[in-house]
Design a protein around this ligand. Structure first.
Ligand code: SAH
Length: 386
């Protein structure tokens, strides 16, 4: 049994909704949730938890501001408010990232740099974002500032690098808008090459400041390996990686497949996916920028076939247009990866009424201490024997 660690910020912060439960009870809580929502479709396999469910987040974000005594603080927004809860150490965040954020806070004071004031829209530092490659060891620091002017830039960067020589790149992102979004449009690389690399399932991926990348690298391997096991791709198979982001799943699947087509709406993500394929020297994968549903209608109109569709939509789930085009395309197998069992239940209902049978449901705990749970589901065409 793991040693229970208790977080002093738990109540104020609100990000870890079930932190009051020990880890076994958390897994039980998630299992019950999945069984309640998906149990009517099929038997639910036992949830795969983490050996060490702490400090798993490879991406850490801190808001900067001032407290009532006008002291500089950094931490997280209290859930449902815009108040900053000062946090120096978080039990789910990467330790190194937290240390870097504390160093930056101390440096601000000695360099007399201001924090950004959202009411007056003046000042300098708004947020710090740190991304760390757990396997590669590379670290990116993004300083999100309200203005482009950066006083004492060189000496500030030198001081930061001197204290944390393992930082591999530093980026300044300028966000001068009234917005709850962390990152603004413009980024300037101040040190290193502006991206980090990370290994996943034996491949290398580039992570840029804005790109989506799974936040729990240990469980991502578990999840993707499960997805590959369920997909059981053959060398002659045409595979579609729908909602492919920066191409991680498609690239991992390419090893087993004849050809993989990754489809994604976000232009930057598609560009990253193409670069990632090149970086790994993969020739049998193409990434297309399109609405995933529209793309599948188009290829089935052209008379093309797909054997396996792997889909990983956002929290809102898929939509009827996509699901209808999936049924029209009619692949032998569908592997549905979902971070929201509610929308997954809705989409499985549609597919179970339209030619597909649910064969396996595997929950994976990607976000210990929070209420969230990820699932991977295997569906096959009703007439297919397994
Ligand atoms: N499979 C990836 C990304 C999953 S996140 C990974 O594991 O890293 C979901 C992705 O779906 C996001 O990148 C989002 O931009 C994309 N998306 C959302 N709606 C879409 C649509 N209608 N068609 C294609 N992609 C879409």
């Amino acid at each position: 049994m793991e040693k229970i660690q208790k977080c002093p910020h738990y109540k104020k912060c609100g990000a870890c909704q079930i932190h009051n439960l020990d880890y076994d009870s958390q897994l039980e809580f998630k299992m019950k949730k999945v069984v309640r929502l998906l149990g009517r479709f099929h038997y639910v396999e036992k949830i795969i938890g983490m050996q060490d469910p702490y400090h798993y987040r490879n991406k850490v974000q801190a808001a900067f501001g001032r407290d009532r005594q006008n002291r500089i603080i950094s931490g997280v927004y209290q859930s449902s408010t815009h108040r900053i809860v000062p946090v120096d150490e978080c039990l789910i965040e990467d330790k190194k990232a937290d240390e870097i954020i504390v160093t930056i806070r101390k440096l601000l004071k000695s360099f007399k740099l201001k924090t950004f004031d959202e009411n007056k829209m003046t000042g300098f530092l708004r947020h710090v974002l740190v991304k760390r490659g757990f396997l590669s060891g590379e670290i990116m620091v993004v300083l999100v500032t309200g203005s482009e002017e950066f006083k004492s830039k060189r000496s500030f960067l030198n001081a930061l690098l001197e204290r944390h020589p393992d930082i591999t790149t530093i980026v300044q992102n300028i966000n001068n808008k009234r917005t709850s979004l962390v990152l603004g449009e413009k980024s300037v690389t101040l040190y290193g090459d502006g991206v980090i690399k990370e290994q996943l399932c034996g491949y290398t991926f580039t992570i840029s400041p804005k790109a989506f990348y799974q936040i729990n690298p240990i469980q991502t391997e578990v999840l993707y390996n499960k997805a590959m096991e369920f997909a059981d791709i053959k060398k002659s198979d045409i595979v579609i990686d729908a909602y492919c982001g920066t191409g991680t799943i498609g690239i991992i699947a390419s090893k087993y497949a004849g050809h993989v087509y990754g489809v994604e709406l976000n232009r930057d993500a598609v560009a990253d996916a193409k670069k990632n394929a090149e970086l790994n020297g993969i020739g049998n994968v193409d990434f297309i920028r399109a609405d995933a549903g529209r793309y599948m209608v188009d290829i089935s109109d052209e008379g093309l076939k797909a054997d396996v569709v792997i889909m990983d939509p956002p929290r809102a789930g898929s939509d009827v247009r996509f699901l209808k085009s999936l049924v029209k395309l009619s692949p032998k197998k569908v592997v549905y990866i979902s971070c929201n069992p509610e929308t997954l239940a809705r989409d499985l209902m549609f597919l179970s009424k339209n030619k597909y049978k649910i064969r396996k449901i595997q929950p994976v705990d990607m976000f210990p201490h929070t209420e969230h749970v990820e699932c991977v589901v295997l569906l096959t065409k009703s007439e297919t024997k397994t």
